[in-house]
Design a protein around this ligand. Structure first.
Ligand code: 48F
Length: 260
């Protein structure tokens, strides 16, 4: 049968529009498709919640893609290895509590698991602000990354969600906007973003989990963004904490959504 370029175009436009329409009213909107965001999306979608991730870049995976300094292997501890194995990644024991995985395989598997569980993943869309109601975050303000990169004056669109997860890594881009525009008191020791500290893997891995929590009503931080919020250390290319953080934030939000 003859191929019609306009039908190809129609198919893309219609299908994408259906996808975007179904993401306008969510249980959980996730900002950033790094390992923490992907794990959270997978776990929440598997429980039947309506979830979408918005990722600024063309590719998902955030800082996991490139392993350590472009050596495309990641290190995880036994606790985090369980999550990678759950989504089908081959995890190999190195020594003591160090396990390794191919970073490309890990990103692909996490993304595939999240999609197959029902989470929507939108790449090339940047979150430029949040939507607020009274003293609560009530959704996201989104725009094309191309608009952001071009510095174009184009108004954004909005997505409603019961909860937002910020998993934007070191950048912590959304919370910075909320703090700057709303001058709100965050649930941190100083009431403000505490800021990320230099490299200390052992402490950083533990605190990532402790810092994975609600920082403003309706807004949770996960992954490296959690440590940047609460003033903890960076950890370099060890990823167990990121995966466990995604799992924890999913568990806590699921409990709230179920009214527990
Ligand atoms: O940085 P990233 O991988 O965050 P993570 O899941 O994992 C951190 C590790 O990669 C590593 C580390 C631990 O071993 O220190 O850095 O916490 O992924 C964050 C994603 O968020 C996207 C960004 O492009 C990246 O893919 N992102 C950041 N700001 C926005 C955004 C935004 N405003 N809108 C949409 N996506």
């Amino acid at each position: 049968m003859a191929l019609d370029e306009v039908k190809i175009t129609q198919a893309i436009v219609e299908r994408f529009t259906e996808k975007l329409k179904s993401a306008l009213d969510l249980d959980v909107a996730i900002v950033g498709a790094g390992p923490a965001g992907l794990t959270a999306a997978y776990k929440l979608a598997r429980e039947g919640f309506k979830v979408a991730i918005f990722e600024r870049k063309l590719s998902i995976g955030g800082g996991m893609w490139g392993g350590g300094m472009m050596f495309n292997e990641v290190v995880i501890q036994e606790e985090g290895a369980r999550i990678l194995q759950e989504v089908g990644v081959t995890v190999t024991h190195w020594r003591e509590n160090y396990y390794t995985a191919d970073s490309v395989e890990a990103v692909c598997a996490l993304g595939y698991a999240a999609r197959k569980a029902g989470a929507l993943i939108f790449n090339l869309i940047s979150v430029e602000d949040v939507m607020v109601r009274e003293d609560r975050v009530a959704g996201l303000v989104i725009n094309w990354t191309a608009v952001e990169m071009g510095g174009l004056h184009v108004d954004p669109l909005a997505v409603r969600s019961k909860y937002v997860i910020e998993s934007t890594g070191h950048e912590l881009s959304v919370l910075h906007v909320l703090q700057r525009k709303m001058g709100v008191k965050l649930m941190t020791p100083s009431g403000k973003i505490e800021g990320e500290r230099s490299l200390w893997a052992e402490v950083a891995e533990t605190t990532t989990l402790e810092n994975t929590r609600e920082v403003y009503p309706g807004l949770f931080v996960a992954g490296m963004a959690a440590n940047a919020t609460f003033g903890s250390f960076r950890m370099g290319p060890i990823f167990g904490g990121m995966l466990l953080s995604g799992e924890k934030v999913a568990r806590e939000i699921a409990a709230r959504l179920r009214g527990n």
